[in-house]
Design a protein around this ligand. Structure first.
Ligand code: AMP
Length: 218
């Protein structure tokens, strides 16, 4: 049975960590629009430059560009058995665009996506973001405050360089929250009304969240 998982939650709620674990265990592609957009920015393309002008300020990248990227990605062969969406959709408009994309991709198959909503007290989130580092080689995510690393510049899994994202500064992080509450939070109600939503307490430790997440899969 094809599995379509959608993860929604504020920046820093731990979606990236959990979706990577789930992707590995269930052998489903992890599709993270933030990373796809950062790749576009790194490529130096015109679309990448446009995306960067929104990302640098904590705003949403225009829907046309995001829809194009998502449609291309979901049409790839590795998505045939399902996928994990992390960071998309992020607005009611994007949620409606996704409905159309899924209609096209799933054709007559009747699949009900499952949406996991990561609930967490926002007080701790800015602190989590500014202390977040990720490996430039394998993508592993670390928190300098809670994980005591021997060397704060090297990945403990693969030895790659640890980097802080350009938008993980306090100023941009605060703006990303404002964007989240204005644009993204409304889709939670929409998915709840459809009966697609499962809430996950994202304030717990990584292993407990993962156990609860797997327990909530229908
Ligand atoms: P993230 O890595 O998920 O925190 O995303 C980083 C930035 O990429 C966001 O602050 C947005 O500027 C942009 N972005 C990521 N996903 C989307 C999306 N679905 N729609 C529009 N912009 C996005």
């Amino acid at each position: 049975m094809k599995k379509e998982f959608i993860f929604v939650g504020p920046p820093g709620s731990g979606k990236g960590t959990q979706t990577k674990m789930l992707s590995k265990e269930f052998n489903l592609p992890h599709i993270d629009t933030g990373s796809l957009l950062r790749e576009e920015v790194a490529s130096g393309s015109e679309e990448g430059r446009l995306a960067a002008s929104f990302m640098d300020n904590g705003n949403l990248v225009p829907i046309d560009l995001v829809s194009k990227i998502i449609k291309n990605r979901l049409s790839k062969k590795d998505c045939e058995n399902g996928f994990i969406l992390d960071g998309y959709p992020r607005s009611s408009e994007q949620a409606l665009a996704l409905d159309e994309i899924l209609k096209e991709i799933d054709k007559e198959e009747k699949i009900t996506p499952q949406v996991f909503y990561f609930e967490v007290n926002q007080d701790k989130l800015v602190e989590r973001l500014v202390n977040r580092r990720s490996c430039s080689k394998c993508g592993a995510i670390y928190n300098l405050k809670t994980m005591k690393l021997k060397d704060e510049t090297k990945c403990e899994k693969c030895g790659g360089d640890l980097k802080r994202r350009d938008d993980d500064t306090e100023e941009v992080a605060v703006k990303r929250f404002t964007t989240y509450f204005k644009e993204t939070a409304p889709i939670i109600d929409m998915y709840k009304k459809r009966g697609w939503l499962s809430s996950i307490d994202a304030s717990l430790d990584i292993d407990t969240i993962y156990k609860n997440l797997k327990g909530a899969i229908k």
